[in-house]
Write a protein that binds this ligand. Sequence first.
Ligand code: SF4
Length: 61
Amino acid sequence: MKFTVNDRCIGCALCTSINAEVFEMSGEGVAFVKKQPDEGVLTAKATEAMEACPVDAIEKH
Ligand code: SF4
């Protein structure tokens, strides 16, 4: 399972507030995946962040 952030990100920071262990804001004001989650709670919270993203910028592969 691999999460990525695509170029639709508008920098709202919602994903980082849901899962700061996986998502972080870059200096350019967009989110990126700083650490791929292991299976378990971090993956569940990363999926929750993906579903909460207002512009569908988070993808799970
Ligand atoms: S929730 Fe979506 S739009 Fe907001 S910072 Fe995260 S990836 Fe970007």
